[in-house]
Design a protein around this ligand. Structure first.
Ligand code: NFS
Length: 660
C-alpha cells in the first residue's frame, strides 16, 4: 500500500518509505497481510470455555453456541470483557501512582514531592479528609491511603462519584450501576461473563457500564489527580510534535508507554549537568528526551517535552536510526519493537515486572531510588551513542509543528476569569448564545487499518469550522499537534466565526490538548462544571457535547467510550464495530441507552456520517435545552471576562520543546 494511504503525516510517510526500501516490516505491513477474523471482528466468537471456540454465524434468532449462548449474550460478554480490561489498565496505572504518593507522604521516595499542594487539598476535600493542622506529607499519606482503599473496599461506593452532578448520581443509583470498588467491578465483570453466569444482554451491559464508571470516575480520575499533585497541574506550554524531533547531534532517548513517574525522573536526569557532561564526553551535544504515546502526553503537558507521536510511530521512530534507547513501561507497546531494535543500534529498556520483552534490557523502576535509576538509564543511552550507524540515519526532514498543550480543568477555569473568579460562565454563555455550537472530545488511538490521523484530522478540522470547540487527548491529540492544529493561529484561520471570536477573546486554540488517555477524566469534570454552572440543564446528559474515537484499537478506548456514555455523553466510534454481530445489542446501545442514561453509543465507519451524526446530536441537545438555534455568524449576546491583551500577557510557559 502506498505511504500516503497509510498515513497523512508527512514525516510518517517518509519513514514508511524507508521501511519499504529496506524491506523492514511494520504494523502497517502486518495489517495488510493479516485480515481480521470476520467473526471475531464483529463480536460473534465465543471462547469463554473449551467446548468451543464457538463461532456464532447465521441469523441472530438462530445462532447459538454449544451451551446455548445466543448472539446478543456472546457479543455483550465480549464487549463487557473489553471494558473490564480497559478499566483494569487505567486503574492499575493509578494504583502505582497511589503507591508513589503514599511513599512520598511517608518520606520514603525522596526524589518526588508534592508539587501542587492546592490540588492535594482540593482532592482531600473530595475524599472527606480534613487537612487542618496537618503537614503536606501527612495529607498526602491520608489521600494515598484513601485512594488505595478505593480499589478493594467491601462496602460503599467510589468516593469520586460524589463529584458528578447530583442528577447523574441518581441515575446510576436507580440503575444499580454506581461502582463499589475498582477491583471488584473488574473481577465481577470477569465472573459474570465466564461460562454460565450472566445470560441476559441488558444485564451484562449494565455491568459493563458499572465497570467503566470505575474507570472514568475511579482509576482514570485518580491517575490524573495524583499525577497533578505529584508532578504539577498542567497549564499551557509550547512544544512541538513530529517524528523529526530527534536531533542528530544529541543522544535521543525515547520514553514510551503510559506511567508518568519514571518519565518525570528522566526529565530531571537528562538535564543534569553531570549527565550532559557525560554525553559530551561521548561526542554528543546533550540528551534529547522525546516522548511517545501517553507518557509523551504526560511530560508534554507538564514540561513541554517534544513528542515523536503516538501508537503507530513507535516503529517509525526506531527507523530514523537516531534512537539510542527507548524506555517502555506499560500499555500500547508493540512487541515488534524488540525484534526491530536488533536491526538498529537502539536499546529497548523495560522497566516494570508487569511488562517484559524478549530482546530488551530490563531495568526495574522503583520509586524509592527513582532518580538514580533514571540516571542509569540515561547513561546507558549515552553509552550507546557511539554505536549509532551513520549510514542508517534517516531523518524525516519534516519540520515539527508548533503546538500549545496543557489545558487542564483548572486552567480552563482560570482562563475564564483568573485565579479568584475562575468559572465556566463565559463558556456556557458562548454556548447559549450560539457562538460555540457545542463541545466535542476526540480521543483514542491510531489503528493501521485506517490511514493514520486521517479521521482525527478530518473531524477536528470540520468541527471547528462548524463552531464546535474540540478537546483532545491521547494519540488523537498528537494527530492534531503534528498537523499544526494546536495553535491559537489555527482559530484565526480555520475556525467558524463564533468559535474564532471566543478563542480570540480568551486567547486559546480552538482545539485544546487535555493530556493523556487517563486525562479523559478531565473531560468528565469539565462537563460537570459546565452542567453545574447553570443555563445548560443540570446534568452531563443533555449537554451539546459528543465524544468520538474515530481510529480506536485498544480495549482502553472501549472502556472510555462506555464511561462517557454512562456519564451522559453520546459517543461515536469509527474503525469498525465489535458489536455489529447483534442487532439487539446495537439497538440497546444506540437507542435504549438514551432512555436509561440519556446518551447512546454508536459505531460508524464513514467519516462524513460521523461528522453528520455529531452535529445532529449537538443540535438536538441545543433544541431540547431550548437555547438559541445554531446559525453560523448569528449570535445572541454574552459576556467575555478576559480580553485578548490580558490573556496574551499571561503567556505560555516553559518552552522546553523549543530546544529542538
Ligand atoms: Ni489511549 Fe495512550 Fe494511544 Fe490508544 Fe494507546 S497510547 S492510553 S490506548 S494507542 S490513544
Amino acid at each position: 500500500m502506498k505511504e500516503n494511504m497509510r498515513s497523512v503525516d508527512p514525516a510518517a510517510q517518509v519513514l514508511l518509505k524507508v521501511a519499504g526500501e529496506k524491506n523492514i516490516k511494520t504494523s502497517f505491513d502486518r495489517a495488510d497481510k493479516l485480515k481480521p477474523c470476520p467473526i471475531g471482528h464483529q463480536g460473534a466468537c465465543c471462547k469463554m470455555c473449551h467446548m468451543g471456540p464457538c463461532r456464532l454465524v447465521g441469523k441472530e434468532e438462530e445462532a447459538e453456541g454449544v451451551c446455548g449462548a445466543t448472539l446478543p449474550v456472546v457479543t455483550a460478554r465480549n464487549f463487557a470483557r473489553m471494558v473490564a480490561a480497559g478499566t483494569a489498565a487505567h486503574s492499575d496505572h493509578a494504583r502505582d501512582l497511589a503507591n508513589t504518593l503514599l511513599a512520598v507522604g511517608r518520606g520514603e521516595a525522596k526524589d518526588f514531592q508534592v508539587k501542587d499542594v492546592r490540588k492535594l487539598n482540593r482532592v482531600a476535600g473530595y475524599l472527606g479528609i480534613n487537612v487542618e493542622g496537618k503537614s503536606v506529607n501527612k495529607v498526602a499519606e491520608e489521600v494515598a491511603l484513601k485512594f488505595l482503599e478505593q480499589f478493594g473496599q467491601q462496602r460503599g461506593e467510589l468516593a469520586y462519584l460524589g463529584r458528578a452532578p447530583k442528577k447523574r448520581q441518581e441515575i446510576w443509583k436507580k440503575l444499580g450501576i454506581a461502582p463499589r470498588a475498582i477491583d471488584r467491578e473488574c473481577v465481577e465483570m470477569l465472573h459474570r461473563t465466564t461460562m454460565g453466569v450472566d445470560q441476559e444482554m441488558n444485564n451484562i451491559m449494565l455491568g459493563a457500564m458499572r465497570a467503566s464508571l470505575a474507570d472514568g470516575w475511579g482509576g482514570s480520575m485518580m491517575g490524573t489527580d495524583i499525577s497533578d499533585i505529584l508532578f504539577g497541574t498542567p497549564k499551557p506550554v509550547r512544544s512541538n510534535a513530529s517524528l523529526d524531533v530527534f536531533m542528530q547531534d544529541h543522544v535521543n532517548l525515547v520514553v514510551h508507554g503510559h506511567e508518568p513517574s519514571f518519565a518525570e525522573m528522566l526529565v530531571i536526569a537528562s538535564e543534569d549537568p553531570e549527565i550532559v557532561a557525560y554525553a559530551k564526553s561521548k561526542g554528543a551535544k546533550g540528551v534529547k528526551l522525546v516522548g511517545m504515546c501517553c507518557t509523551a502526553n504526560e511530560i508534554l503537558i507538564r514540561h513541554g517535552i517534544a513528542t515523536a507521536g503516538g501508537f503507530l510511530q513507535q516503529e517509525l521512530g526506531i527507523l530514523t536510526g537516531m534512537v539510542e534507547a527507548m524506555v517502555v513501561d506499560v500499555q500500547c507497546i508493540m512487541p515488534a519493537i524488540g525484534e526491530l531494535s536488533k536491526q538498529y543500534h537502539t536499546k529497548v529498556i523495560t522497566t516494570t515486572p508487569k511488562g517484559k520483552m524478549k530482546d530488551a534490557i530490563h531495568i526495574e523502576y522503583d520509586e524509592h531510588h527513582a532518580l538514580d535509576l533514571a540516571k542509569k538509564v540515561v547513561r546507558l543511552a549515552i553509552d550507546n551513542f557511539p554505536n549509532r550507524n551513520k549510514e542508517k540515519v534517516t531523518p524525516a526532514n519534516v519540520r515539527p509543528a508548533d503546538m500549545i498543550a496543557g489545558f487542564s480543568h483548572e486552567y480552563i477555569e482560570y482562563m475564564q476569569g483568573g485565579q479568584f473568579r475562575g468559572s465556566f460562565r463565559p463558556l456556557n454563555d458562548a454556548i447559549i448564545a450560539g457562538r460555540i455550537r457545542g463541545v466535542v472530545g476526540i480521543a483514542g488511538c491510531n489503528n493501521p487499518r485506517i490511514t493514520q490521523d486521517s479521521l482525527h484530522n478530518f473531524l477536528s478540522r470540520e468541527l471547528i469550522k462548524n463552531d464546535v470547540l474540540v478537546v483532545q487527548t491521547g494519540c488523537s491529540a498528537m494527530a492534531s499537534a503534528k498537523a499544526g492544529y494546536m495553535t491559537p493561529e489555527n482559530a484565526l484561520e480555520n475556525a467558524g466565526q463564533g468559535l474564532r471570536e471566543v478563542c480570540e477573546a480568551i486567547g486559546i486554540p480552538p482545539i485544546l490538548h487535555m493530556g493523556s488517555c487517563v486525562d479523559n477524566s478531565r473531560i468528565l469534570t469539565v462537563a460537570t462544571a459546565i452542567a453545574e454552572e447553570g443555563g445548560l440543564g443540570d446534568d452531563i446528559g443533555g449537554l451539546p457535547a459528543v465524544g468520538i474515537a474515530p481510529e480506536w484499537m485498544s480495549e482502553k478506548a472501549i472502556a472510555i467510550g462506555t464511561y462517557l456514555v454512562a456519564s451522559g455523553v453520546p459517543t461515536i466510534f469509527g474503525a469498525g464495530s465489535p458489536v455489529s454481530a447483534s442487532k439487539s445489542l446495537k439497538d440497546l446501545m444506540e437507542n435504549k441507552w438514551w432512555e436509561m442514561v440519556n446518551a447512546g453509543f454508536y459505531f460508524e465507519e464513514d467519516p462524513g456520517k460521523i461528522l453528520e451524526l455529531t452535529l445532529k446530536l449537538i443540535d438536538a441537545a441545543r433544541e431540547k435545552l431550548k437555547i438559541r438555534k445554531y446559525e453560523p455568524g448569528r449570535f445572541g449576546t454574552e459576556r467575555v471576562l478576559m480580553d485578548m491583551a490580558a490573556r496574551r500577557a499571561s503567556s505560555f510557559a516553559t518552552p522546553h520543546g523549543e530546544r529542538a
